[in-house]
Write a protein that binds this ligand. Structure first.
Ligand code: SF4
Length: 197
């Protein structure tokens, strides 16, 4: 069974792809089947119709926010993301996208105006204070170009989407954590240090 929608820690999450353009050393997918007892490997990416059907199994009234975050980078399944996000917002739900920030590189165009119709908040994984460090941790298929694309993506999101937060996985390097926070603040975004799961 494909878990396109799952609950974790009292929040509702949407798992719409297993594809990703990174291969992060700290990725939660490594050696795991899923999160909180939910298997998140899927054998087919969902369409919008699949998402509507999967959402019916949940009482949406219980959740203040719905988050695109699963075992992969959600923007790979962009059509489903946009349609599902719009649908949830029409129902009065707040929608957040957790992303690695490669959307414009992956689709070779600016997808942010489209995203702005489907999500209220964006959380972007910054994860490093330089392109070289990013590549050491994230092994992007785009090479060091990925890091600059993440920063550009954040700038575009700040223009078009309400709340933008850059995040970093805490690997115990306080200097690097502080450097990442400075970059986020300089851009005008929020910052959150994430615990390694
Ligand atoms: S960007 Fe996210 S899903 Fe992709 S490899 Fe890194 S941690 Fe895993």
């Amino acid at each position: 069974m494909n878990n396109y929608v799952y609950e974790y820690g009292g929040k509702l999450y949407l798992n719409i792809t297993n594809r990703c353009s990174n291969c992060c050393t700290f990725c939660i997918r490594k050696g795991r089947e899923g999160i909180g007892g939910n298997t998140l490997w899927i054998d087919r990416e969902p369409t919008f119709e699949d998402m509507k059907a999967a959402l019916q199994a949940f009482d949406l009234e219980k959740y203040g926010e719905v988050v695109f975050c699963g075992f992969g980078e959600p923007v790979f399944n962009l059509e489903t993301l946009i349609e599902t996000g719009k649908y949830l917002r029409q129902m009065g739900k707040k929608v957040r996208l957790d992303t690695n920030g490669h959307g414009n590189l992956i689709h070779k165009r600016d997808i942010v105006p489209q995203l702005a119709q489907a999500v209220d908040d964006v959380s972007i994984s910054l994860n490093a204070s330089s392109a070289a460090k990013y590549q050491q941790h994230c092994f992007s298929q785009f090479g060091e170009e990925a890091y600059y694309a993440v920063l550009d993506f954040a700038r575009e999101c700040l223009k078009h989407i309400g709340r933008v937060i850059l995040t970093k996985v805490d690997e115990g390097d306080e200097e690097e954590n502080a450097a990442c926070e400075r970059i986020a603040r300089q851009l005008g975004a929020g910052f959150r240090l994430r615990k390694k799961i």
